[in-house]
Structure formats: structure tokens, C-alpha cells
Design a binder for this molecule. Structure first.
Ligand code: HEC
Length: 212
């Protein structure tokens, strides 16, 4: 075969590949409502796996699994993670469903098969080009949180392992720690006011004798 013919053939194959990748990435007009194609999910998962340093992946959980640690992590998850992942880890939440890629069901084997070190790394560093934020000790410290020394993130790793066995009572407890929006707050305030009216308290002096 002539060299120029070979070059044209290679050129055509590369063009075909580029078109396939472009179609995969641009499908559905870049809408976040779409679900990633299998090719895209495969490439992204492997790229993420390769991007996590081998040493980090092999790291052992230094925090012992305990009832107390589980409770800390459960409430922490309800407060910081459930908005996207859901209390049960299913990812079936209004925000989770609107993300591209969507948060995976953390109870499934795709997540459970990740090593402890890998889960820890993902929680601390987040996943670039996705909605998964980094909850690193430094970033959290600036926001006044306490992911310090990674302890909280390691507890969260234990909690993610527990997710497939979450009990109804644990879920109920978590619901009380989910962040509340203005509507829920208004409703809660309404209920409180109603309850307070049912048992009226004496008005403070200053209010009854206030001058105009
Ligand atoms: C703003 C939404 C959002 C919040 C808040 C969030 N996540 Fe995520 N999370 C995601 C998305 C989206 C992905 C999928 C990333 C991907 O496809 O690689 C993800 C992925 C993950 C994964 C990897 C699962 C897998 O199989 O690939 C873990 C573990 C995880 N999140 C844990 C947490 C924890 C723990 C918290 C709270 C400290 C949290 N996430 C908060 C959106 C979020």
C-alpha cells in the first residue's frame, strides 16, 4: 500500500473515533438531564481510578468502626451529603436527578467494590467535572467544619459500608438532620406558633406599656 493511502486510512479512522467521542459527549445538547452513554461512563470511571494514586487506594481505614462513629457519620451524611445522595444513598433526590453525571446508588457493588482508600480519597477530593464536591480537611476548616485529620471522612467510609443495611429507625433519625429549606422552616414555624397559641404565655411588661 502506498504511504499516502495509509495516511488517509489512519486519518479516516481517527476522524471516526473523534466523531464517536464528540457524539457521546454532546448527546442531548449537553443537557444535564441526560444519562451518560456507556462509553462515557466507562472512560470516566477508569480515568478516575487511574487518577487516584495507588498509595491512596491502598490506605487502610485508621478509624475503628463503632456505634458512636456510625452515628456521627450518619448525621453528618444527613446534613452534608443527603441533598444529592439521599439518606439511603440511592441518589434519588431532586438535586441528584438533575446532575450530570447523577450520583450513583452508593449501596450497589460499583461503589461497594471500591477500596476504603478510594472512597476516602473521593470524599476528600471530590470528582472533577461532576457535582461531587471535595470535603477535604482544609476546605472544610475554612467553612468552620470539622473534617479535620480526615477522621470524619474515614467515619463516612464506614457509614457507606453500612448503607446497604440501613434500618428504618436510622433513616428516621437522619431525616431530622436534613437541611431545611425556607418552606419547611415556614411550615415548622407555623406549627410552633399554633402550638404556642394553644398555650398562651403572659405578654412581657415592656410590650403592654410601650409608648408610641
Ligand atoms: C452536590 C451534590 C453532591 C454532594 C453534596 C455530595 N455528593 Fe457524592 N457524588 C455526587 C456525584 C454527582 C457523584 C458521581 C461522581 C462521578 O460520577 O464520578 C458522587 C460520587 C460520590 C462517591 C463515589 C461513588 C462511586 O461509586 O463512584 C462517593 C463515595 C460519594 N459521592 C460520597 C459523598 C459523601 C460522603 C458526601 C458528603 C460528605 C457527598 N458525596 C456529597 C454528588 C454529590
Amino acid at each position: 500500500m502506498k504511504r499516502s493511502t495509509l495516511m488517509i486510512l489512519i486519518g479516516l479512522v481517527l476522524l471516526g473515533l473523534a466523531l464517536a467521542v464528540a457524539a457521546s459527549v454532546l448527546h442531548d445538547g449537553l443537557s444535564a438531564k441526560a444519562t451518560p452513554t456507556r462509553l462515557e461512563a466507562f472512560v470516566a470511571r477508569n480515568a478516575r481510578h487511574l487518577a487516584i494514586p495507588g498509595k491512596a487506594r491502598a490506605a487502610q481505614n485508621p478509624v475503628l468502626d463503632s456505634a458512636e462513629g456510625q452515628r456521627d457519620a450518619r448525621l453528618h451524611f444527613a446534613d452534608h451529603c443527603a441533598i444529592c445522595h439521599g439518606d439511603d444513598g440511592s441518589g434519588d433526590t431532586p438535586i441528584g436527578n438533575g446532575l450530570y453525571p447523577k450520583p450513583p446508588d452508593l449501596r450497589r457493588s460499583a461503589t461497594q467494590d471500591l477500596s476504603d482508600g478510594e472512597l476516602f480519597w473521593i470524599i476528600e477530593n471530590g470528582v472533577r467535572f461532576t457535582g461531587m464536591p471535595a470535603f477535604s480537611s482544609e476546605a472544610d476548616h475554612m467553612a468552620g467544619g470539622n473534617h479535620s485529620n480526615g477522621q470524619d471522612s474515614w467515619k463516612l467510609v464506614h457509614f457507606i459500608r453500612h448503607l446497604p443495611h440501613l434500618t428504618a429507625a436510622e433513616r428516621l433519625e437522619m431525616e431530622r438532620y436534613n437541611p431545611k429549606g425556607p418552606e419547611d422552616r415556614a411550615e415548622e414555624q407555623g406549627e410552633n406558633e399554633f402550638l404556642n397559641e394553644a398555650t398562651p404565655r403572659a405578654k412581657p411588661e415592656s410590650q403592654t406599656h410601650r409608648r408610641k
